[in-house]
Design a protein around this ligand. Structure first.
Ligand SMILES: NC(=O)C1=CN([C@@H]2O[C@H](COP(=O)(O)OP(=O)(O)OC[C@H]3O[C@@H](n4cnc5c(N)ncnc54)[C@H](O)[C@@H]3O)[C@@H](O)[C@H]2O)C=CC1
Ligand SMILES: O=C(CO)COP(=O)(O)O
Length: 357
């Protein structure tokens, strides 16, 4: 059986689902991709192109597209779910009758469900109760993958079979798959970085420079780590591709939709116009709201998420927010080395005259 090509199903006809389907087919797998739009199905099968979400790139002709979910899922060993977070649970429910416990189910979606603050692989688990569940996340701009730019991702699961099968299905000469057993941390990193990509796009549109971008990205990492700790997650995972790696790419590239939404806002568009002009999903818009609310509720200090929320939803001008953030409390560089509270206490003591030079 070792020589049999792996059977891979991809749910989702957007840019990432399409890019992943093509990688797996390049790697010799038998790939079926499910999408709703029959015209796009027809185009993928006939022209090997997805003009709606990934124009200008050739899809491996071996990818078969279909809007028949049952046909796509039956017999699949690996199922990649590349559906925006808002529709993720609905689509998994639709798929449920044709899923079975031997299959490996992997979310590729970087978003959070509002009810219960659930990540997508938790939804896979809840809806199926199966054991082989994982996520992939990392610096993976779909357009660059479609160009076969050298790229790496992380597969995260506490199930070794899931990690190994995903590595077998997707690793090829332009795509490298690293393994992690911290599913929650990897998935959380992928969702959180979208917030800061919006902020980085906005800063760029306002003419802010590379020092600013660097400050933003590094402080974003500090804030993400703080949030992870508050949720009992391991902040060390953010040192990898799914944390720092994804933060770098999405805070630096116009190919990131979150960055582009931020850029449009920085140019003076309102949120509805910016999202409308994009025509694709920018998960960070919803994530910033959910994370800001949760941080407030749990008492986690997240000034960047709070600031971005106020710009997006409260009408605070971005430049004004940047000024306020620069005048925020004096803080620690790496809080795992010097705790933030120690910096604040030292300030209080000096200001109270308790510490003389
Ligand atoms: N595009 C990228 O570069 C990357 C995207 N991702 C993640 O992948 C996830 C999927 O996004 P993309 O493919 O990029 O999105 P996209 O915006 O390119 O496409 C979304 C796809 O989902 C479909 N869809 C939406 N609602 C649906 C529903 N109710 N039923 C069936 N299909 C539905 C749309 O028709 C479309 O085919 C996102 O959460 C994103 O964070 C992750 C890494 C890279
Ligand atoms: O997650 C991504 C790249 O790793 C894609 O980012 P956008 O969703 O901002 O396009």
């Amino acid at each position: 059986m070792a020589d049999e090509p792996m059977r891979v199903a991809v749910l989702g006809g957007g840019s990432f689902g399409t890019a992943l389907a093509s990688i797996a087919a390049d790697n010799g797998a038998r790939v079926c991709q499910w999408l709703r739009d029959p015209q796009l199905v027809e185009q993928i099968n006939r022209e090997h192109r997805n003009s709606r979400y990934l124009p200008d790139y050739a899809i491996n002709p071996a990818v078969r597209a279909s809007s028949d979910m049952q046909a796509v899922l039956e017999g699949a060993e690996l199922v990649l779910v590349a559906i925006p977070s808002k529709a993720f649970r609905d689509v998994v429910r639709q798929a449920r009758p044709w899923l079975n416990a031997d299959q490996i189910l992997v979310s590729t979606t970087k978003g959070i469900q509002e009810e219960g603050f659930k990540l997508m692989s938790q939804i896979l688990e809840e809806e199926t109760g199966f054991a082989h569940i994982g996520v992939i996340s990392g610096p993976n701009l779909a357009t660059e993958i479609a160009q076969k730019q050298l790229t790496a991702t992380v597969v995260a699961s506490d199930d070794a079979l899931t990690r190994t099968r995903v590595q077998q299905a997707l690793s090829c000469d332009y795509f490298r798959v690293y393994a992690s057993n911290d599913r929650y941390g990897v998935e959380l990193g992928g969702s959180l970085k979208n917030i800061y990509a919006i902020a980085a796009g906005m800063a760029a549109a306002l003419g802010m420079g590379e020092n600013t971008r660097s400050m933003l990205m590094t402080r974003a990492l500090a804030e993400m780590g703080r949030f992870a700790v508050s949720l009992g997650a391991n902040p060390m995972t953010f040192l990898g591709l799914a944390g720092v790696g994804d933060l770098i790419v999405t805070c630096s590239s116009q190919l990131s939709r979150n960055y582009r939404v931020g850029y449009a806002l920085g140019q003076g568009k309102n949120l509805d116009e910016a999202v409308e002009a994009l025509g694709q999903v920018a998960e960070g818009v919803n994530t910033v709201r959910l994370v800001r609310d949760k941080a407030r509720k749990d008492g986690v200090y997240m000034p960047l998420a709070e600031g971005l929320y106020q710009v997006l939803f409260e009408g605070v001008p971005a430049r004004e927010m940047a000024r306020m953030l620069m005048r925020g409390e004096q803080s620690s560089d790496v809080e795992f080395v010097l705790p933030r509270e120690a910096v604040q206490q030292a300030h209080r003591r000096v200001e109270a005259g308790e510490e003389k030079p």
